[in-house]
Design a protein around this ligand. Structure first.
Ligand SMILES: *Cc1c(COP(=O)(O)O)cnc(C)c1O
Length: 403
């Protein structure tokens, strides 16, 4: 018996805080978009660690960057700066609107920094009154108390006592509601430029433009949460670049480190000056090991060939899904952008997204859901055509087992 098989899934119930409900198998190894569990069973990975493993598992450029930095220096604290952080920040400012970068360790922390910066800016430039944050129902921004409260799913923020105040939620794509609520008291609008967790919902282009215009009119900041959409996921390095609307603050994480924890808040020089020394910080934020891996990931993804390859993979996957829909008639809609794809179940299959995820797991395919009715696909941006075909075949078998 190998060491791997001695670790039992049942330990989870024994020793882990039960805030997750993990699948029965335990993956131990991954290569590209293939993962193997303790028993050596093979899985095709259409989940990509929830839109994180953008180069698949153990991509050589990530492994090389990690090993090289591991032999140099791991951690310094922000009492000093470090080379990988400076190089990564420079690269991020070159490929986006941003002039300044703040590093964190996760999406929630990047958003926490974005919200704190917006509030600080508003107070210093307009006064106490300008504190309202407008966000969207079904939006998701992380699990810290501030970010989960700005997120639009009360089920995630209820039950923890008094919430941070001054937050208003309106429906996504609802222009009238936006006009009715945005005012001179609005400090910032926070939105995902394509709602991920909330069901893979795209914004109407006119809506995004109207958000920008109204923010300008009322001197409010626009914060794009690109934690899920960023780093090539939609086929552009950031989703805003295709929408033609530039935010004032952008948060990024998930695919930024390709599996190594890192997040970042990007903004302008003018806004950044409101975060003077001591105003905000993080022990690990900008850690050299994380930044070295992220630098390699960003350099690789930002190549035109990789970004252009996303659209091609989107086609293969969407065509395969509509083929399965012709065969089984289970999807009401197949939507999303790039490799952030949602397949919404029709009335007959309503509420069965998790059943499909579980059946897929049994047939050797890793999937995600986005709510009870949407099956979500966020594979590696460099998944091969063969891996996509293999995954679709397993999905076919999984669906067949449910009909
Ligand atoms: C995943 C996600 C977050 C939270 O990121 P963590 O790294 O889990 O804190 C925030 N916003 C969006 C849009 C996300 O998809």
């Amino acid at each position: 018996m190998s060491v791997d098989t001695q670790v039992q899934r049942s330990w989870f119930e024994d020793v882990m805080v039960p805030c997750y409900n993990p699948m029965e198998m335990i993956p131990v190894r991954g290569q590209g978009s293939v993962v193997w569990d303790q028993q050596g069973k093979e899985y095709i990975d259409f989940a990509g660690g929830i839109a994180v493993s953008c180069l698949g598992h153990c991509h050589p450029v990530m492994v090389e960057a990690l090993m090289e930095q591991a032999n140099k220096i791991w951690h310094l604290s922000n009492v000093m700066t470090n080379e990988p952080a400076l190089r990564l920040a420079k690269k991020l400012t070159e490929i986006s609107f941003a002039e300044k970068v703040f590093f964190a360790n996760s999406g929630a922390e990047a958003n926490e920094a974005a919200l704190k910066l917006a509030r600080r800016w508003a107070k210093e430039t307009h006064g106490e009154e300008k504190s309202e944050i407008i966000a969207f129902t079904q939006g998701f921004h992380g699990r810290t108390f501030f970010t989960v409260t700005v997120g639009g799913q009360p089920a995630y923020s209820d039950g923890f006592g008094p919430k941070p105040g001054g937050i208003t939620h309106i429906p996504y794509n609802d222009l009238e509601a936006l006009k009715a609520h945005l005012s001179d008291k609005t400090c910032a609008v926070m939105m995902e430029p394509l709602q991920g967790e909330g069901g893979v919902v795209s914004p109407d282009p006119e809506f995004v433009q109207a958000v920008r215009d109204l923010c300008d009119q009322h001197h409010a900041l626009l914060i794009f949460d690109e934690v899920q959409t960023g780093n090539g996921r939609t086929g552009h390095f950031y989703a805003y670049q295709e929408l033609g609307v530039t935010p004032d603050i952008l948060s990024t994480a998930k695919s930024l480190g390709g599996g190594f924890p890192i997040g970042a808040m990007l903004t302008t020089t003018e806004l950044a000056q409101h975060m003077k020394p001591g105003v905000h910080g993080s022990t690990y934020g900008g850690n050299p090991l994380a930044c070295a891996v992220a630098e390699a990931v960003v350099n690789h993804i930002s190549q035109p060939s990789v970004l252009q390859g996303v659209a091609e993979r989107e086609q293969w996957l969407k065509q395969g899904l509509s083929g399965l829909n012709d065969k089984y008639g289970l999807f009401a809609d197949i939507r999303g952008k790039g490799l952030l794809i949602g397949a919404e179940l029709n009335d007959e299959w309503k509420g069965r997204a998790r059943d499909i995820l579980v059946a897929a797991g049994q047939h050797g395919l890793l999937l995600l859901v986005a709510g009870a009715n949407v099956v979500r696909f966020t594979p590696s941006l460099v998944i091969t055509q063969k891996e996509i075909a293999q995954g679709l075949e397993k999905l076919d078998q999984a669906i067949a087992s449910l009909v």
